[in-house]
Design a protein around this ligand. Structure first.
Ligand SMILES: NC(=O)c1ccc[n+]([C@@H]2O[C@H](COP(=O)([O-])OP(=O)(O)OC[C@H]3O[C@@H](n4cnc5c(N)ncnc54)[C@H](OP(=O)(O)O)[C@@H]3O)[C@@H](O)[C@H]2O)c1
Length: 319
């Protein structure tokens, strides 16, 4: 079976490529820069040049393809670029999928995208979800709250660098997932008929508030975090003053999620449903505390060795 993957160089995309290859799929990746994507070729994937903003670069790559996994998105701060990639680009991919009679289209979306039409990325995600559902192409849509990997930048690095960590009053409990596990869910769904035409909320089985993540990081690093608290009410007011969502994506990524994910009581049961459909046991999935434990052990080890080396250099420089 040949899998066509968009976004194969991305944080989640590369794990999907790796997992697909491990499971014996032929993998073709659409990439914008073949040199930067060379590591995917070394793993065994075929690279084809393509850009979602250049429709003419896409059709040929659909030849002989059975299934598509779309893990692409833009992190551009420019709204028109966002619409170009995350809406128009997807329109073309869906049209081409119909034409090529693709057997499964896996799309990666964001939890609660339907509730926030005034957030451009959310609106685009929700529109694409609907378009896929009405396209006639068999699909599976995975919806995430966030990846473990993003929490390194959000919590671990500021803590290690003694910079402030932004949190909200009454921070919501959120279920994150490791990208390796998110990739496992995607690839497994391809062989499960029951996953066809389903929208599946995806996360690990434990949920975390920002305060809990911070105290976990403090415990593992042995350092005290500096936090800066901001109210969700203030965020909403700020957004109205600044004219809906003309914030930078970087900020909206971080802060919009806080509002979006706040108090979603159905999340736990939606996640359980996903595990049942895909026949995955919670103990097969990495939990955040273990992920952070490995991260801090690695970093602290590295720091210790670096310091020792530096100390050695400093010592010998006096000789
Ligand atoms: N990150 C999260 O916490 C989170 C949460 C919920 C949902 N999601 C969804 O999960 C998916 C993967 O997210 P991620 O964080 O792994 O994304 P990412 O690391 O930002 O990767 C984005 C990928 O899209 C590709 N891309 C961007 N513009 C393109 C274009 N014009 N044409 C072709 N490819 C293009 C990038 O290729 P280049 O290497 O060429 O830039 C890259 O491979 C996305 O759909 C995202 O919305 C993510």
């Amino acid at each position: 079976m040949t899998l066509l993957i968009f976004g194969g160089t991305g944080t989640l995309g590369r794990q999907i490529v790796r997992k697909a290859l491990e499971n014996g799929f032929q993998v073709r990746c659409i990439v914008r820069n073949k040199r930067a994507a060379n590591f995917l070729k070394e793993w065994g994937a075929e690279l084809v040049y393509g850009d979602l903003t250049l429709p003419e670069t896409l059709p040929l790559s659909f030849q002989g393809v059975t299934a598509i996994i779309d893990a692409s998105t833009t992190k551009s701060e420019d709204t028109s670029e966002l619409i170009s990639v995350d809406w128009y680009g997807k329109l073309i991919v869906i049209e081409l999928s119909k034409y090529a009679q693709i057997k499964r289209f896996i799309f990666l979306s964001i939890l609660n995208s339907e509730k926030y039409p005034y957030i451009t990325l959310m609106q685009m995600k929700y529109r694409v979800e609907n378009l896929i559902k009405s396209s006639g192409v068999p699909f599976t849509i995975f919806k995430y709250a966030g990846f473990f990997q993003a929490l390194i930048n959000q919590y671990a690095i500021p803590l290690l660098e003694r910079k402030p960590i932004l949190i909200t009053v009454q921070s919501p409990t959120i279920s994150y997932i490791d990208t390796q596990d998110a990739a496992f869910f995607c690839i497994k769904s391809l062989s499960i008929n029951e996953a066809q035409n389903k929208v599946l909320a995806t996360g690990s089985s434990q949920t975390w508030t920002a305060e809990e993540i911070i105290s976990l990081c403090e415990k593992l690093s042995g350092q005290k975090a500096k936090t800066q608290t901001i109210s969700i009410y203030l965020l909403k007011v700020l957004r109205q003053i600044t004219g809906f969502f003309e914030w930078s994506l970087k900020i909206s990524d971080r802060l919009a999620f806080i509002e979006v994910l706040n108090n979603d009581q159905n999340f736990a049961s939606s996640i359980k449903y996903t595990y049942d459909v895909l026949d995955i046991k919670p103990n097969e999935i990495l939990e955040l505390d273990l992920y952070f434990r490995e991260y801090f052990e690695m970093i602290l080890n590295l720091l210790e060795n670096l310091n020792a080396e530096q100390l050695e250099k400093t010592k010998t420089s006096f000789i």
